[in-house]
Design a protein around this ligand. Structure first.
Ligand SMILES: Cc1cc2nc3c(=O)[nH]c(=O)nc-3n(C[C@H](O)[C@H](O)[C@H](O)COP(=O)(O)O)c2cc1C
Length: 292
């Protein structure tokens, strides 16, 4: 299953791009509308992109009243990305989405600024959201930790149905005058440089839990997607790539099928968990190497 990464595609302005995917993931929605951060919000770097959008979004009420009905017209499974600044804010939005038609899953953006990213914080958020909705809950985790496996186990324990891996890493770019390029100083780093980071996160979490995983981070080719599947992902999401190549989904599908066929695999998903090897014990040992 091919998805977009949250915040990297506006399905209402580019419906044909959304329809080339198997599901559409919304930009993160917060209870109140957010203007987002002051400009400059995007900076190019040699191996990726920095953004400090600051979760600009119309807020929960307008999303439900205006955006969601128009998204339904796309007739695609809709994944709603939910953010917040407290456990209660996440849970309230999940409760509000619970009775709505057309929502395939909720992706909890657990990498929001000002929200505790420790496993305990994530546990509380996921557990409260679990109480608030029967919709499938995917926990989107930050890769900025050596304890990916611990985080994965924590959110599984709290009731998550799946994982989305990974969000951006914090980065900084300086302009000609050696001042931060982005209005906020640092920002989220995405794009090609994130691929090995995403692969390591998916690999570590697939070793730790049985949950389905949406793999993302720096995917540019079908081989990138196949590698994420081999590390344990069951779906792949395209992010930064969509800004420069909106027609990438069709290319990635063709390449993915060709890369699988070149390895005598009947289907790309036949590669799932191939990187993990056959001996569970050695897999766990290798997984633990990530902690060092
Ligand atoms: C401009 C931009 C906006 C983003 N907005 C969100 C967001 O609202 N919520 C979220 O969970 N992730 C957001 N992300 C992170 C992406 O969903 C994805 O996790 C990350 O970019 C890694 O994938 P990529 O390297 O393929 O872009 C954003 C990324 C970019 C580049």
């Amino acid at each position: 299953m091919l998805l977009n990464a949250s915040g990297c595609l506006d399905a209402l302005s580019a419906p044909e791009v959304a329809r080339s995917l198997d599901g559409y993931v919304t930009k993160t929605i917060t209870p109140e509308p957010r203007e987002g951060n002051p400009p400059v919000r995007i900076a190019e770097t040699r191996a990726g992109m920095l953004n400090s959008i600051g979760l600009a979004n119309p807020g929960r009420e307008r999303f439900l009243a205006q955006t969601l009905p128009r998204l339904r017209d796309l007739e695609l499974p809709i994944w709603v990305s939910v953010g917040g600044f407290s456990v209660g804010e996440y849970a309230e939005t999940c409760a509000a989405l619970d009775g709505e038609d057309g929502i395939a899953a909720i992706e909890l953006n657990l990498s929001c600024p000002n929200v505790d990213e420790a496993p305990e914080g994530a546990i509380e958020i996921v557990a409260a959201c679990r109480e608030a909705t029967d919709l499938p809950l995917y926990a989107k985790l930050s890769p900025a930790t050596w304890n990916m496996a611990e985080h994965a186990r924590a959110v599984e324990f709290a009731g998550a149905d799946g994982l989305s891996l990974v969000n951006t890493l914090r980065g900084l770019a300086l302009d000609r005058n050696l001042r931060p390029t982005l209005g906020t100083g640092g920002g989220g780093y995405s794009g090609p440089a994130l691929k090995p980071v995403a692969l390591a996160a998916v690999y570590a979490c697939a070793n730790a839990v049985e949950l389905p995983i949406v793999g993302m981070g720096g995917v540019r080719t079908g081989l990138d997607a196949l590698e994420l599947i081999a590390a344990g992902a069951s779906s792949v999401a395209l992010g930064t790539l969509l800004f420069t190549e909106p027609e990438a989904p069709a290319r990635i599908r063709v390449e993915l099928a060709a890369e699988a066929a070149a390895r005598n695999l009947a289907h790309p998903l036949a590669a799932r968990r191939m990187a993990l090897g056959s001996s569970p014990e050695s897999v766990v040992r290798i997984g633990n190497e990530f902690r060092k």
